[in-house]
Design a protein around this ligand. Structure first.
Ligand code: KG4
Ligand code: ZN
Length: 337
C-alpha cells in the first residue's frame, strides 16, 4: 500500500490530503480564498500567494491529524508543479521541497490539469484495467481539454479551447450580469428557473469533425444581448439558461465526436464545471459511454486528486531516485505538445 500526502496551491484554494493507492481518501482539507477575492470580482494573484503562505503549514498539519498519521506514515509527498498562478505555485512548491528535504520523503511533482481527471477516480472500486483506455474531459476555470488515456499516466490531448475555457465563460457572463464570482454555480441556479429557448444562441464550433472548443464568441454574444435591451429578472434567468445550454451543449457535441474517434471503456469528467447538474443530465442522456463524475467535493481544486495522480507516477517508476531530486521548476502555463 502506498500512502501519499498531496498538496495543492495553484490558484485560490490551499489544500492538503492523504490518499492511499490513488483511490482511498483518508483526509482532504480545502481552504477556499473565495471570501478574500470576491470583492475584486476575480482572483488577485499576489493576494492568493500571500494567503497560501499564511495557512499552508496549518492545512498540511490538519490533513495529517484528521487521518491520524504523522510524516513517518507517508510514503511520498505530491505537489502541483503547474499550470497555475506562478506566485501561488511557488509557495506550495517551496513548502513541499522543504518538507521533503527535511524528512527525506520522496517528492512527486504533478500536472494540475491532468490530476483533475483522477478526481473522478477517487472512491471507485473498479480495477484500473477495467477503466482504461478511456476518454477524459477536464472542464475548469482555465481548461477545457479532452484526453485519450491508455493508462492513468498517459494523457493524449485530443481537444482544447482555442480561446476562453468553459468555466471561464461562466465566470465572465456572471460578471457581465453582476452576479458575482465564481460564475458557474450562480448561473446554474438561475438557469433552473429560466427558459433556455427564450433567447436563441449561436452554435459555436459547429463543424462535427473539429474537436477544438471556443467560448469567446458566446461570451461576446452575451455582451451584445445584455447591451441591446433592459432585462427583467426573468429575462436574466432565461439568458442564463440559454447560455448554459449552449456552453454545455458544445462540450457534449465534442465528446460525441471524440467517442466516435477512439475506442474507450468509459468517460471520466472532472474540473469545476463537472459539478453542474444540468451537464450531468446532458452527458447521461446523450453519451453511450459509461461515465464517472467526481463527488462534488472533488470537482473543484483539491489535493486528493494531486495525491491520486502522483500515486501512479510513483508506482510505475522503476526506482524512486528521481523523486529525491529537488532541482525542478514550476510551470505556469499548460504545455501543449
Ligand atoms: O477546477 P476549478 O475549481 O478550478 C480551476 O482549476 O480552474 O474550476 C473552477 C471553474 C470556475 O470557472 C467556475 O465558475 C466553474 O468551475 N464552476 C461551474 C460550476 N461550479 C464551478 N461551472 C458551471 N456550473 C457549476 N455548477
Ligand atoms: Zn483546477
Amino acid at each position: 500500500m502506498t500512502r501519499i500526502l498531496g498538496i495543492e496551491t495553484s490558484c485560490d484554494e490551499t489544500a492538503a490530503a492523504i490518499v492511499e493507492n490513488g483511490r482511498t481518501v483518508r483526509s482532504s482539507i480545502v481552504l477556499s480564498q473565495i471570501d478574500i477575492h470576491q470583492k475584486f470580482g476575480g482572483v488577485v494573484p499576489e493576494v492568493a500567494a500571500r494567503a497560501h503562505l499564511q495557512v499552508i503549514d496549518a492545512i498540511v498539519d490538519e490533513a495529517l491529524q484528521k487521518a491520524g498519521f504523522t510524516l513517518k506514515d507517508i510514503d511520498a509527498i505530491a505537489i502541483t508543479q503547474g499550470p497555475g498562478l506562478i506566485g501561488a505555485l511557488l509557495v506550495g512548491i517551496a513548502y513541499a521541497k522543504g518538507l521533503a528535504f527535511a524528512s527525506g520523503i520522496p517528492l512527486v511533482p504533478v500536472n494540475h490539469v491532468e490530476a483533475h481527471v483522477h478526481g473522478a477516480l477517487l472512491g471507485l472500486t473498479q480495477p484500473t484495467e477495467e477503466l482504461f483506455p478511456c476518454l477524459a474531459l477536464v472542464v475548469s476555470g482555465g481548461h477545457s481539454n479532452i484526453y485519450y488515456m491508455k493508462s492513468p499516466t498517459e494523457f493524449e490531448l485530443m481537444a482544447y479551447s482555442i480561446d476562453d475555457a468553459c468555466g471561464e465563460s461562466f465566470d465572465k457572463v456572471a460578471k457581465l450580469f453582476g452576479l458575482g464570482y465564481p460564475g458557474g454555480p450562480v448561473i446554474e441556479k438561475l438557469a433552473r428557473e429560466g427558459d433556455a429557448k427564450a433567447f436563441p444562441m449561436p452554435r459555436m464550433m459547429e463543424q462535427k469533425d473539429k474537436l477544438q472548443f471556443s467560448y469567446s464568441g458566446l461570451k461576446t454574444y452575451m455582451v451584445n444581448l445584455r447591451n441591446k435591451q433592459v432585462m427583467s429578472e426573468q429575462d436574466v434567468k432565461n439568458a442564463a439558461a440559454a447560455f448554459q445550454e449552449e456552453a454545455l451543449g458544445q462540450l457534449v457535441r465534442k465528446l460525441e465526436t471524440a467517442s466516435q474517434l477512439r475506442k474507450a471503456r468509459c468517460l471520466l469528467v472532472a474540473g469545476g464545471v463537472a459539478a453542474n447538474q444540468r451537464f450531468r443530465e446532458l452527458v447521461a442522456s446523450r453519451l453511450k459511454l459509461s461515465t464517472h463524475f467526481p463527488q462534488l467535493s472533488y470537482c473543484g481544486d483539491n489535493a486528493a486528486m494531486i495525491a491520486a495522480l502522483a500515486y501512479h507516477h510513483f508506482d510505475k517508476a522503476e526506482n524512486h531516485e528521481a523523486f529525491h531530486r529537488l532541482d525542478w521548476d514550476a510551470f505556469s502555463r499548460y504545455q501543449f505538445v
